[in-house]
Design a protein around this ligand. Structure first.
Ligand code: BGC
Length: 751
């Protein structure tokens, strides 16, 4: 079969997957909902207690899975099924079961399936729901093609501490950006044919000391203001399920936290899908010290609102006895099963044919998925600095030295959590530069200088020789992927190994030099920020890293990413974030009795929202539409943005607010709306940003939103350093109890 035939077939199959995916959420919703509830009740009425609990049992491929459990109705959900053959086998077994309930097939599809897109933190730097939707849709389409129907994503955990390795899986530090992008990801997954399981509910991104799995203390009002909004956005975007977090929140493990799982998620937000535990999370309640044994752990988890047991096998083992002994009401089990079945009906699983076992994921990456991965990746690169306009690589350069181990690292460029990513599919940064340089008649020489961890620098001299013989040096360094992701918290965020030394030696050659930095978090750059004039943060760009990096290095596309988090100068500054509260002692340079360290600056190296372009943007004529806002209205700000440079570019127009006098200290700045726009040289666009007035308030411990009368300062610009453009005023104080709040910012652009 020719390659084009394979792609044609893949497209047809994708179309089938997409049309079969989800019941529409609008229009005939009432009728559809009623018919689903009827079917759920009918089914539930026929189930034995063991069959019910079987629907709550989620087991991974490999041990301890007993395939016969599927045909006996004891395993209603499966994870880590990576091939159509295995999915089809499990589906056939489920069809042999008494009630023929189709299984869920879950997988961590975070940033692609076979084609790898940038890691979520990098994708967040695009500041573009369109880009997030597109990346998630592709990952979903590829996974759905071989029968996966459920993803353990998006991760909606906000984090202000880059020591935490999993910061790479999220959107960074801002609740507004996080809410917009989490919703976009949920929608993208759905469009691609996967139900989302938004995780990890909740507070997992704020472990003490940045240590993965460690305990978290967050006051309830702060949960509502900062950590919960992205999860709420996921509910509103139609996330089919949620995953409980590993951590204890204020002393109560999330996996048995009825405030989170029942009061907030179900009662206040009206979520009617299901919640799964994380991997053996229910069993870990014993380690947390709130359960004496598996039976107690299972009981506490289900009573708190965890419907499904991932890999613990505790529900299947203990719940029937717990029910028979009267310690867990059967109605609680019924409600959990109802949530799971409802979701399966909504996903259309009962009406979908089984997967064709001959499907293989090697039909991907396709030319289309590669193109999409390249487009997404180049939107995510953040130009942190560019002194003397070193970048883009000048057309006059005849030779380029590509130095560094990550330039030729097909595995590492995919980043952690790479699902079915194959390094053989990767186009390396070296290869991308080679292809592009060839077109421009430039020669390329490569020297790694050191190993991936930069411990062995025996290659340094060779690298310096190559640099000296070349007109331009591109250095590619950073974090190998093993240092990022789950269980990869770091105490030292300095460029690892001897990278600083190597980069300083390269800078001493006097050649124009740009650093392309890879990694899943900001890294402490130390002297490198002074010695290397141009630094491009490329995160983990994925399969098409090479072409995407080359597009930006050579100036075919201007960089347009903005930092989704604050970039520290020193690890010891963490946690560090822009939307901090004021103090009674604001920082004064020559007064040590103000907020500061005596041995380190208080400011970050690069602020939240920061990122340069190859062109420049000027903001003018900013106007606030109405100065007095009543309940139900929106703050509306209009501003003109002009491309004053000589190249095309994209700018992320950002709106921040501050409530300077309130009954409680309020953050110095909060992002409330943003819009990414493209501008040709000389072009001006007028951008309108809207913020519902309810979003200008804050929460009380019970989830009530309080919007207080008084002035609100408004700032607009291209980063969190945005300038103040004036004030608006909230006319009268009002309160909104939890169930009534429906607020989302919206924006529009006019030419
Ligand atoms: C992680 C989850 C993930 C699960 C299944 C756990 O270790 O915390 O985020 O979805 O494994 O792979």
């Amino acid at each position: 079969m020719r390659l084009s035939d394979v792609h044609g077939l893949a497209r047809l199959a994708l179309a089938a997957v997409l049309t079969a995916s989800f019941v529409p959420q609008t229009g005939a919703r009432e009728t559809t909902d009623q018919s689903i509830e009827r079917r759920v009740d009918e089914l539930l009425g026929q189930m034995t207690l063991e069959e019910k609990v079987g629907q709550l049992n989620l087991v991974s491929h490999g041990p301890p899975l007993r395939w016969e459990d599927i045909s006996e109705g004891k395993t209603g959900a499966l994870l880590n099924f990576n091939s159509a053959q295995d999915v089809a086998r499990a589906q056939a077994l489920a069809r042999q079961s008494r009630l023929k309930i189709p299984p869920l097939f879950g997988l961590d599809v975070l940033h692609g399936f076979r084609t790898q897109f940038p890691l979520p933190l990098g994708e967040a730097a695009a500041f573009s729901p369109r880009v997030s939707r597109m990346a998630s849709e592709w990952g979903a389409k590829e996974a759905a093609y071989i029968g996966v129907n459920w993803t353990f994503a998006p991760m909606a955990d906000l984090s202000r501490d880059s020591r935490w390795g999993r910061i790479v899986e999220g959107f960074g530090e801002d609740p507004h950006l996080g809410s917009v992008l989490t919703a976009a990801r949920v929608e993208g997954f759905r469009q691609g044919g996967l139900a989302a399981s938004t995780k990890h509910f909740a507070g997992y991104g704020a472990p003490q000391g940045g240590r993965d799995y460690d305990t978290t203390y967050i006051p309830r009002a702060e949960m509502y203001d900062t950590y919960l909004p992205p999860f709420r956005a996921a509910v509103e975007a139609g996330s089919a399920s949620f995953m409980a977090a590993f951590n204890a929140l204020n002393g109560e493990p999330s996996t048995a936290n009825s405030w989170l799982l029942t009061d907030v998620l179900r009662r206040q937000w009206g979520f009617d899908g299901f919640v799964t535990s994380d991997w053996v999370g229910i069993g870990e309640l014993i380690n947390h010290g709130i359960a004496a044994d598996g039976a107690e752990a299972a009981r506490k988890a289900i009573l708190a609102g965890v419907d499904m047991d991932m890999m613990g096998l505790l529900y299947i083992k203990h719940l029937p006895d717990e029910v028979r002994a009267g310690r867990v009401p059967e109605s609680v089990v019924d409600e959990s099963v109802r949530r799971v079945l409802r979701t399966k009906f909504r996903m259309g699983l009962f009406d979908r044919p089984d997967i064709d076992p001959s499907r293989v994921d090697s039909v991907f990456p396709s030319p289309e998925s590669r193109q999409a991965a390249r487009e997404v990746a180049r939107e995510t690169f953040v130009l942190l600095q560019n002194r003397g306009d070193v970048l883009p690589v000048p057309a006059s350069a005849r030779s380029i030295a590509v130095i560094g181990p990550l330039a030729d690292a097909p595995h590492d460029q995919m980043g952690p959590h790479a699902a079915r990513g194959h390094k053989e599919d990767s186009v390396t940064i070296l290869e991308g530069i080679r292809r592009r340089a060839k077109d421009a008649g430039m020669t390329v020489r490569h020297a790694p200088a050191c190993d991936l961890f930069c411990r062995d620098t025996s290659g340094l001299q060779a690298a310096l020789d190559v640099a000296k013989q070349s007109d331009f040096v591109v250095a590619v360094f950073g974090e190998p992927q093993e240092l990022s992701g789950e269980a990869a918290s770091r105490a030292y965020l300095e460029l690892n190994g001897k990278q600083i030394e190597v980069l300083e030696e390269l800078a001493k050659t006097g050649k124009p030099i740009a650093l392309v930095l890879l990694g899943g978090r900001p890294q402490v750059l130390g002297r490198v920020a002074e010695r290397i004039p141009a630094i491009l943060m490329a995160w983990y760009p994925g399969t098409e890293a090479g072409p995407a990096v080359a597009d930006v290095l050579f100036g075919d596309v201007s960089p347009s990413g903005k930092l989704p988090l604050t970039w520290p100068r020193a690890t010891a500054q963490l946690p560090l974030y822009y939307n901090r509260l004021p103090t009674g002692r604001p920082t004064l340079d020559n007064n040590r009795f103000t907020l500061q360290y005596i041995d380190e600056g208080i400011a970050p190296l690069y602020p939240f929202g920061w990122g340069l372009s190859y062109t420049q943007f000027a903001y003018s004529d900013a106007a606030i539409a109405q100065k007095r806002l009543e309940q139900g209205e929106a703050l509306e700000v209009t501003v003109s943005v002009t491309n004053t440079g000589k190249r095309e570019g994209q700018e992320v127009v950002q709106l921040y607010t501050r409530d300077p006098v309130a009954s409680r200290s309020r953050p110095l700045r909060e992002l409330k709306a943003f819009e990414k726009i493209a501008l040709k040289p000389g072009e001006t666009k007028r951008v309108t940003l809207r913020v519902p007035v309810e979003s200008l308030g804050f929460h009380l411990d019970d989830g009530t939103t309080l919007v207080e009368e008084g002035a609100i300062q408004v700032f607009v610009g291209g980063s969190s350093l945005a300038e103040r453009i004036g004030d608006a005023e909230i006319a009268k104080t009002f309160r909104i109890p939890p169930m009534e709040r429906r607020a989302s910012a919206s924006t529009s652009v006019a030419q």
